[in-house]
Design a protein around this ligand. Structure first.
Ligand SMILES: NC(=O)c1ccc[n+]([C@@H]2O[C@H](COP(=O)([O-])OP(=O)(O)OC[C@H]3O[C@@H](n4cnc5c(N)ncnc54)[C@H](OP(=O)(O)O)[C@@H]3O)[C@@H](O)[C@H]2O)c1
Length: 290
């Protein structure tokens, strides 16, 4: 029996991943920690706690994930996303475990016009992207067979995200303005959790890009959310990122090539529109906790 430790287990992805791992690795012990059990900003605490638990695999999802918030809290962003990952990698190294780190499309600048490959050079536009890239570097430096999974545009049933925001706003307003000049692939946390389990089974290491298939803009995504929720009467206006004027710059084209994942695992994740339909079929009452 192996021990699998998830750090950041109470976050949006963490909750679905815990469920998936408990099913897929039912012969193993799967344990979830979050900020109440471990603060990865603290080196000694992190190393000692991980070493004491003696896990075979540690999956680090813990992060400072407020992309705009990172712009005004650079120190905190690096403390969690970069130093935190380094502390986890140090603990993992002490017990000879494997580490898995969840990273982001925001390590890229979006200047490419073809899907980003795993070995394309990062050039983050934001503090969030820079701090996550630094976290990646710790994995590559400290953890020999470490696995970095870059993903994007996550939504799911256990946290605030674009889908829940659109559904909430649609109840309050007749017209929504959504950016149409950023392109990516919305990714359902349930599908991503399954993909992570498959990569673990395959003992994959190095960098992998994992998202649902097909691409769209946030504007297209927003329209699909309203259509699939029977709220077509809400009007959607396309606007530019400049008009939205957010603190952090985002890549305009951050499509991640998932070809390497397909080669390794033999499947692609389903199109984002199918996954969204599934997510929206969950009764609203169950989503009320979101
Ligand atoms: N969401 C996306 O679209 C997206 C896209 C690409 C990559 N990712 C990456 O995927 C991972 C999971 O994302 P998510 O959306 O599920 O994030 P999330 O919901 O923000 O979950 C992160 C969890 O980490 C906890 N945490 C924060 N600081 C910590 C610390 N110092 N020590 C221990 N735990 C700490 C958070 O607790 P509090 O809530 O109390 O702060 C939260 O429970 C993150 O690493 C993120 O960078 C996310």
């Amino acid at each position: 029996m192996n021990r699998i430790l998830v750090i950041g287990a109470k976050g949006m992805l963490g909750r679905d991943l815990m469920k998936e791992l408990q099913l897929s690795f039912s012969d193993d012990e799967v344990l979830g920690w979050d900020i109440d059990e471990i603060d990865i900003r603290k080196e000694q605490e992190t190393v000692t706690k991980i070493e004491g638990f003696r896990p075979a695999i540690v999956i680090n999802l813990a992060g400072y994930t407020d992309v705009d918030g990172c712009e005004s809290n650079e120190q905190e962003a690096f403390a969690v996303n970069a130093d935190g990952m380094r502390h986890v990698a140090m603990g993992v190294r002490r017990c000879g475990a494997k580490v898995i780190y969840l990273s982001t499309d925001y390590v890229f600048d979006g200047e490419k016009d073809k899907p980003y490959l795993e070995d394309d050079p990062p050039n983050p536009l934001s503090i969030y992207g820079r701090s996550k890239w630094k976290g990646e570097q710790s994995v590559l430096k400290l953890a020999g067979d470490g696995l970095i999974i870059r993903t994007q545009w996550l939504y799911g049933g256990h946290g605030r995200n674009f889908v829940t925001t659109i559904l909430r706003q649609a109840k309050e307003k007749k017209v929504l303005s959504i950016v149409n000049d950023q392109i990516g692939s919305p990714t359902y946390t349930v599908d991503l959790s399954r993909a992570i389990a498959l990569l673990i089974r395959k003992k994959a290491s190095g960098i992998f890009h994992v998202t649902n298939s097909d691409i769209c803009s946030w504007y297209d995504f927003g329209q699909a959310i309203l259509r699939l929720s029977g709220m077509e009467e809400v009007k959607v206006l396309p606007i530019s990122s400049g008009e939205l004027n957010r603190k952090a710059a985002r890549p305009s084209y951050s499509v991640l090539s998932t070809e390497k994942f397909k080669q390794e695992i033999g499947i692609k994740l389903r199109p984002w529109s199918e996954a969204l339909k599934d997510f929206l079929s969950i009764p609203q009452k169950e989503m009320a906790s979101v």
